[in-house]
Design a binder for this molecule. Structure first.
Ligand code: ADP
Length: 630
């Protein structure tokens, strides 16, 4: 079993290490080459020399033996490159940790975080103050506890609220620009902080964190799945067993693990095990949200809380599974049923709105808004481009286009404009009515509830230590984000997931760094990643006419246009001309798919999981371009 060499490490070593590590972010299909510490660096030798006690020397020998056996070495292994994992890795390095590595089983970073559309809830912020919004940590705690039906762990909620402003300042310092304050369901005041261009928050955060990891030289190993967390004879974390994209299993020895694998909203079996009435529901989750972290933590004795608390998001397109951000309602939209009538306070908590929708005809409703709402939120343009919004010049025509009673729709809108003008919703008591909804055009989007957030998970304390049933911690194991339980209780408020992942991700990173400081790190890792993109060269001879060709394909959100260059009969480059795919997802699909096309000289290549439609769109566009190159 592993013991660790106490090393004296400093920021200089970290910087030098950073330069040697070829970091990667937002890139698919990268080749992972993890070098065992046999080929050690000068810095490693120096660090180990400084730690030359007899015990350390013995330990060093053991570590060498392990390395010879093929194990990799790191101080902190972060499992999962979503918002929580990336926040943890960045914070750990900011706290002086040197050998941090992030594992991501998918070909892209971001997880469910990429899909976050709303923003980050924070109280007592400079942006609220600038707008004269009176908020407090206490009110934030109160709203969150009320929204979670008081099932939440109040200590965790208090930590989240207290550190929310710091978290906001931190992400903005990294470049996220969450400066616009808005209203979301369950909040007593405007508290959600969104990107200044009103775009979805997830892609902005993922891009910001990825760039930061790259700058810090933290390797992010894509297509690398953590299978098991290893512990020593004392139950302390000692390593992680991983499988790479070629199916090879290796072990990374480490001192500490941050578990940030997200939830289990895409694991139908697991969802139904904990909440049978959700059988058959669609999900807003990315394909990797399968609860791996829950299984790994269970194996080493972690305790769990609130596993049956699974949230549905009320406004999801039942056909495409596109989630309409709560911001649409926050900015003014209402919900109407197939009879053209409102049926709920649209800004009620997600559980209440979801339940109300399920009681309507066919268990669906329409998200209804006007031109003014459209212009208030950039995210709406994405829904319109995706062809999932019906539009018309009048409410009557909209009703006709939807196949519902247009007169009833018009009546509903007139009544709502009256409530808005009076500042009092006589029917459902909605408090925030931003706009009168009387400015043509009118828009409607079909929606129904879908599995959204798994509130339950691994039990943690406010230092993000993973706890066992007896209340003691699993030494060296920290967890943050959707894999944990307790923060959101029975229902998560919109905007609290992002606060959760940043606040607790940072705490987990800090705790892991302190743990390594106190317990000694491992030998220096030399974990390298090499961009497939750089290695992409034709492996077979193509048979195309030399030239530059353009083609178009249908992606997830609309048309994708590409420019394909053929030289010496081979496709040598595929360039993006235009697209409206989700930032982050497009780049990943592009890198993987184009690298494969160039290697294989065919457009019949593998799609990137989590970006299937985008991959297909690129393949179709290249195929169309090449159809004229034969
Ligand atoms: P959070 O919001 O808590 O950060 P996300 O869903 O955004 O959660 O991110 C979790 C990430 O963890 C996802 O990118 C997911 O693919 C990744 N992940 C899940 N299980 C594993 C695993 N076994 N090994 C490596 N990465 C994993």
């Amino acid at each position: 079993m592993c013991k660790f060499v106490k090393k004296k490490k400093g920021i200089d070593i970290m910087r030098k290490m950073g330069k040697k590590l070829v970091s990667m972010a937002l890139a698919a299909s990268m080749v992972l080459s993890m070098t065992a510490c046999g080929g050690k660096t000068e810095e490693t030798e120096a660090a180990n020399t400084e730690a030359a006690t007899t015990k350390a020397a013995e330990t060093e020998t053991e570590t060498e033996a392990e390395a010879e056996a093929g194990n990799q070495q790191a101080d902190i292994v972060v499992i999962g490159a979503g918002g929580a994992g990336m926040s943890a890795a960045i914070q750990a390095v900011q706290d002086g940790a040197t050998d941090v590595v992030v594992l991501e089983k998918m070909p892209i970073v971001g997880g469910n975080t990429t899909r976050a559309t709303g923003g980050l809830n924070a109280a007592e912020t400079q942006y609220q103050k600038a707008e004269g919004i009176e908020d407090s940590v206490e009110l934030f705690v109160e709203d969150t506890m009320k929204g979670g039906k008081e099932l939440n762990d109040k200590e965790l909620v208090t930590t989240m609220a207290e550190q929310s402003n710091d978290a906001l300042e931190w992400v903005n310092e990294l470049g996220a620009d969450l400066t616009v304050v808005g209203m979301f369901g369950g909040a007593s005041v405007k508290r959600i902080h969104r990107p200044s261009d009103t775009s979805a928050v997830g892609p902005v955060l993922v891009k910001t964190f990825s760039s930061q990891l790259e700058e810090l030289g933290v390797p992010v190993l894509l297509n690398t799945k953590a299978e098991t967390i290893l512990v020593d004879e004392n139950g302390a974390v000692s390593g992680v067993k991983v499988t790479d994209k070629d199916g090879n299993t290796t072990t990374i020895d480490c001192t500490s693990v941050v578990l940030a694998t997200g939830g289990f909203g895409s694991n139908e079996e697991m969802v139904v095990e904990y909440k049978p009435n959700l059988a058959g529901f669609c999900t807003t989750n990315h394909a990797g949200a399968t609860g791996d972290g829950i299984a790994m933590a269970k194996e080493i004795g972690a305790a769990f809380v609130d596993m049956d608390q699974i949230q549905t998001h009320p406004t999801v397109n039942p056909e495409t599974q596109t989630m309409y951000t709560e911001g649409v309602r926050g900015n003014g939209a209402i919900l109407v049923n197939k009879e053209g009538k409102r049926f709920v306070d649209e800004l009620e908590t997600r559980d209440v709105v979801s339940e109300a929708i399920l009681k309507q005809t066919d268990g669906v409703c329409y998200l209804l808004f006007d031109q003014a709402v459209r212009e208030s939120l950039a995210a709406i343009e994405g829904y319109i481009k995706a062809g999932i919004v019906t539009e018309a010049d009048t409410p009557e025509e909209l009703g006709e286009a939807l196949g519902i009673d247009g007169a009833a729709l018009a009546e509903t809108l007139t009544a709502y404009a009256g409530y808005q003008a009076a500042g009092k919703d006589d029917e459902f008591g909605r408090e925030s009515m931003e706009l009168p909804l009387n400015q043509p055009k009118y828009y409607a989007a079909l929606c129904a509830p879908a599995i959204h957030h798994t509130m339950g998970g691994v039990k943690i304390n406010t230092s993000c230590e993973v706890l066992k049933e007896d209340g003691t911690a699993v030494s060296g194991l920290f967890a943050a984000g959707e894999v944990t339980g307790g923060v959101h209780g029975a229902n998560r408020l919109g905007g609290n997931a992002v606060t959760d992942i940043v606040v607790f991700g940072r705490i987990a990173g800090s705790s892991a760094a302190s743990y390594v400081e106190a317990n000694g790190g491992h030998t220096e890792a030399e974990i390298k990643v090499e961009k497939a993109e750089e290695a992409a060269a034709p492996e077979v001879q193509g048979n195309y006419k030399d030239g530059v060709y353009e083609g178009t394909g249908k992606g997830n959100n609309g048309e994708i246009k590409v420019k394909v260059t053929v030289e010496g009969g081979n496709v040598v480059a595929v360039e993006l001309v235009e697209h409206s795919e989700t930032d982050g997802i497009y780049q990943t699909a592009e890198e993987s798919v184009t690298a494969q096309i160039i290697k294989k000289q065919t457009t019949e290549v593998d799609t990137v999981s989590g970006a299937t439609n985008t991959s297909k769109g690129i393949m179709e566009a290249v195929a169309q371009a090449l159809s004229t190159a034969k």
